[in-house]
Design a protein around this ligand. Structure first.
Ligand code: AGP
Length: 608
């Protein structure tokens, strides 16, 4: 999604804006632009394509002199990627300039009204409406104009605004799209996400819905939608700044895959105390846990795949029925939620529009909600009744790896805890389960150390047209994630299938040499999946099997075998996914794709 940066202070604004925008590149974009007040006018420069183009055009910002500015990376929604549609957008007199993330849902209506009042529009964007509407309401007092448009505009927005008449201020406002304020030593900043300001400050304010921030070079004031001043607390960000940098790795995705052992430790260790699982943030008594009648897991993309795995784990271990929904479906399907149900929303960013809407839907229905979230202070983290953080740190690559692994761990912890409280596992079994959990980081390390083997295998499939991933039970859930990883970063068509379902249609797609990755980690299902592998090979498929150490039987059936270490049957996803992530990564590198920023994708999907 779009990225916003704003700066006001002692230094030149343009280089800071460009630098900040580069830290938001992971969000996905197809054009970029900056606006800087040069002492007389607000100057705008825009470019289609990578930020590099804008940097070259402005000599790294040197051609845009001034200490106040706003910048934007745009991910096209209304209107194609073009210079005209790129942000910032002016009012007609070029005295107000706006950058926007989100979607103004009633923009057509507003646009028509403004056109009847003589306003001329240059772009196809919904954002330009905001610039003209501000102009319409502006009578010399920016805050007043901003609060007025907040009552008129429907949809989601994070806005950065400069008024030429008030060049000593930058204005920021949000509703349902993320925006933060950084309080720096030599100036203040706004941004869509923390990494954009980390170079300048660790002191951050999270702007909440329908709040306005007014920044000068020294001060920051906050106001509500009625223009009344409000007080907000500053949060100190304690991330290591290197966590948001590549640190010598060729891509963020590779770095983040290598961070998985640590991520798993960080999510796990603080919650295992003296041999038992303690999830303080859950805030549920044993009685409440015993009363849970059903769990609904709601999420998008990879987080949804975590939910599919978690269904097997919760049902298998804790014997609690689980329904897993894509958030975009859940929010409109009028779900039946029992009063003792628990709704778990899983989200790395905590800002995914559909997941946030699903959370709100569950809350309206009076059901207890729990967010499993990575980004501290994000919307889902704030709005869920309870939040369990995955301590994965900033994830920059669009394709999730370490956040996915951390989410799996969070769900395992909950499942074991629930199983224990509900008497579904014996105390002595719990010791073994915890041992298996604590072994996962070093087992992941070991799997990562075999990257060359997987790279060599991946290089053979750079030209593949179709790849299939199959498995049964939890292995099907792993297949879904393996398939998504491959298609999103290598652009190779891929599908995941429940192994037993292939012969009901999909097997007709198998040709001589088609690659099928079969995940086979559930011992009681070995034989079943092996017979599916045999069916596939007899139709020409080349079968790569990912299975447990010791499953030698499979060598006769598959063409190539990757072994994962032994673990509890419910935790195999955490290990089997590693070779599949590496495979996708190396296919993408081999094809020369933009691994960290695949085409058409955004890290944080803040629109429906
Ligand atoms: C996975 O690699 C994707 N980037 C995507 O499917 C992602 O998991 C999904 O958009 C959900 O994002 P969230 O976890 O931030 O809510």
């Amino acid at each position: 999604m779009c990225g916003i940066v704003g700066y006001i202070g002692e230094s030149q604004a343009a280089p800071i804006l460009l630098e900040g925008l580069s830290k938001l590149e992971y969000r996905g974009y197809d054009s970029a632009g900056i606006a800087v007040y040069d002492g007389e006018n607000i100057k705008v420069q825009k470019a289609v394509g990578r930020l590099k183009v804008l940097s070259e055009m402005t000599h790294d910002g040197a051609t845009m002199q001034g200490v106040v500015g706003i910048g934007h990376t745009r991910w096209a929604t209304h209107g194609a990627p073009s210079n005209t549609n790129a942000h910032p957008h002016y009012n007609q007199a070029e005295t107000i300039v706006v950058v926007h993330n989100g979607i103004i849902e009633n923009y057509m209506k507003l646009r028509k009204r403004l056109e009847t009042k003589g306003y001329q529009f240059l772009s196809e964007t919904d954002t330009e409406v905001v610039a003209h509407l501000l102009d319409y309401y502006y009578k010399g007092e920016p805050l007043e104009a901003i609060t007025k448009i907040m009552h008129r505009v429907e949809g989601s927005y994070a806005l950065g605004i400069i008024f030429k008449d008030h060049p000593e201020q930058v204005y920021a406002v949000r509703k349902d799209s993320p925006l933060i304020v950084g309080h720096g030593k030599d100036g203040n900043l706004i941004a869509s996400d923390v990494p954009a300001v980390l170079k300048y400050t660790r002191n951050v304010y999270f702007i909440l819905n329908e709040e306005i921030a007014v920044l000068t070079k020294e001060t920051i004031g906050f106001y509500n939608v009625d223009g009344e001043e409000i007080q907000k607390e500053c949060t100190t960000i304690d991330w290591d700044i290197n966590a948001a940098e590549k640190g010598g790795y060729e891509h963020f995705m590779l770095k983040e895959m290598y961070e998985q052992p640590q991520t798993v430790r960080d999510t796990l260790n603080p919650r295992i105390k003296e041999g038992s699982i303690v999830i303080e943030e859950l805030g549920m008594s044993d009685e409440e846990i015993q009363k849970i009648s059903k769990i609904h897991i709601v999420a998008c993309g990879s987080a949804y795949h975590v939910g599919v795995t978690a269904k097997y784990v919760f049902e298998g271990m804790a014997r609690i029925p689980v329904e897993v929904d894509l958030a975009s479906e859940f929010r409109y399907r009028n779900p039946i939620l029992e009063k003792d149900a628990l709704v778990i929303i899983i989200s790395q960013s905590g800002e995914t529009a559909d997941s946030l809407a699903a959370l709100r839907e569950a809350k309206i229905r009076g059901v207890k909600t729990l967010g499993i979230v990575n980004v501290v202070g994000s919307s889902i983290a704030r709005e869920a009744d309870k939040v369990m953080y995955t301590w994965a740190g900033p994830e920059i690559a669009v394709a999730t790896t370490k956040a996915y692994s951390a989410q799996l761990i969070a769900t395992y912890l909950l499942a074991v805890k629930f199983a224990q409280v509900r008497g579904e596992v014996l105390e002595e079994e719990v010791t073994g389960i915890l041992k298996d959990l604590q072994k996962l980081p070093e087992q992941i390390e070991m799997l990562l150390s075999h990257k060359e083997k997987i790279q060599r295998f991946a290089n053979r499939y750079i030209a593949a047209k179709d790849v299939f991933f199959v498995g049964r039970g939890i292995d099907y859930a792993i297949s879904m994630e393996g398939s998504l990883k491959l298609k999103e970063i290598s652009y190779i068509h891929s599908e995941a299938y429940a192994a037993g379902e292939l012969k009901h249609g999909t097997i007709s797609l198998i040709e001589e040499g088609t690659l099928v990755a079969a995940v086979v980690t559930q011992e009681d299902l070995y034989k079943k999946t092996i017979s599916n592998i045999v069916e596939l090979r007899s139709r020409g498929a080349f079968v790569l099997a990912v299975t447990n150490t010791g499953n030698t039987e499979i060598q006769k059936a598959a063409d190539y075998v990757i072994y994962i270490p032994q673990t509890n049957r419910y935790f195999t996803n955490s290990l089997a996914i590693i070779p599949l992530q590496l495979f996708s990564y190396y296919v993408s590198v081999g094809k020369g794709c933009d691994v960290d920023k695949p085409r058409n994708l955004a890290k944080s999907v803040t629109v429906e």
